[in-house]
Design a protein around this ligand. Structure first.
Ligand SMILES: Nc1ncnc2c1ncn2[C@@H]1O[C@H](COP(=O)(O)OP(=O)(O)O)[C@@H](O)[C@H]1O
Ligand SMILES: [Mg+2]
Length: 255
């Protein structure tokens, strides 16, 4: 059997996670007792003002920093460092300018010993999934911001992770491209049936995407409350139900 058999989406459990940084001899608590549970295949949005610890939390779940208190479990097993079971997309796409789209996506497979044909199939499959099949030989400077983020999503998914972690993935895009990519992301998520977390400071984006929205507040970063979004997809941003949830979250953020 291949290493890359499509694994079922993972359940994630964040238990009483706290994180602090030493700052000028003092201790700055950035995250305070964060607890979160994601069901398999669930899409969670995390929204909060700048500086409330969203990126820090995502980095911990990604395994990029292991200095914290508490536990982070994927399907009941504590994470240990970064792993191919978790795909990560950052705000800046972080594509290598000297590699074309195909090779940038292929980087996500570099730790796998795969037969060449299987490797090519995987890359092709992801390029098709994100709509970049005809741009395989393009270089990052030839891509728009939206296309670069698609490539970054393909790279994060090519190892067939069980959970996709995204840190303000559309934050640098113009509003039209952003709305379009939000729809594309939901399509990819439902086709891949993956567990997903998106961090954003855009309340509308959070409500459009998430099954639930975790609202964070700063100093120290905490989860203030979690708002379910029981609206069918595709969601209509102008609907009364949609705007009511948006308002409820915005009020929480202003508190
Ligand atoms: N390496 C670090 N050392 C000290 N403080 C840090 C460090 N990284 C982040 N912080 C602080 O942690 C807080 C949360 O940062 P971050 O997770 O980036 O927030 P967000 O992504 O919500 O904007 C901020 O106050 C930031 O200044
Ligand atoms: Mg951030």
């Amino acid at each position: 059997m291949s290493d890359l058999a499509l694994a079922p989406p993972a359940a994630l459990s964040v238990r009483h996670v706290s994180k602090s940084y030493p700052v000028e001899g003092d201790t700055l608590t950035v995250l305070q007792r964060i607890s979160l549970n994601l069901a398999r295949g669930e899409f969670l949005s995390i929204v909060g003002a700048s500086g409330c610890g969203k990126s820090t939390l995502l980095r911990l779940i990604a395994g990029l920093d292991d200095r914290y208190e508490g536990e982070i479990l994927l399907d009941g097993t504590a994470i240990a460092g970064p792993g191919l079971d978790r795909g990560v997309v950052f705000q800046d796409h972080r594509l290598f300018p000297w590699l074309n789209v195909h090779d940038n996506v292929g980087l996500g497979l570099d730790t796998f010993a795969l037969a060449r044909s299987e490797r090519e199939d995987r890359i092709q499959e992801q390029l098709e999934l994100v709509g970049l099949a005809s741009f395989a030989s393009a270089y990052p400077h030839q891509l728009s911001g939206g296309m670069s983020q698609r490539a970054a999503i393909a790279r994060a998914l090519v190892s067939r992770p069980e959970i996709l972690l995204m840190d303000e993935p559309f934050g640098a895009l113009d509003s039209l491209t952003r709305v379009y990519l939000q729809e594309e992301l939901l399509r990819i998520w439902s086709e891949r049936r993956i567990t997903a977390i998106v961090v954003t400071h855009d309340v509308e984006e959070a409500v459009f995407l998430g099954d639930r929205v975790a609202v964070m507040e700063p100093r120290p970063g905490r989860i203030q409350h979690i708002v379910p979004v029981p609206l069918p997809r595709p969601r209509q941003r102008a609907d009364a139900d949609f705007t009511a949830i948006k308002q409820q979250i915005s009020q929480g953020l202003r508190r």
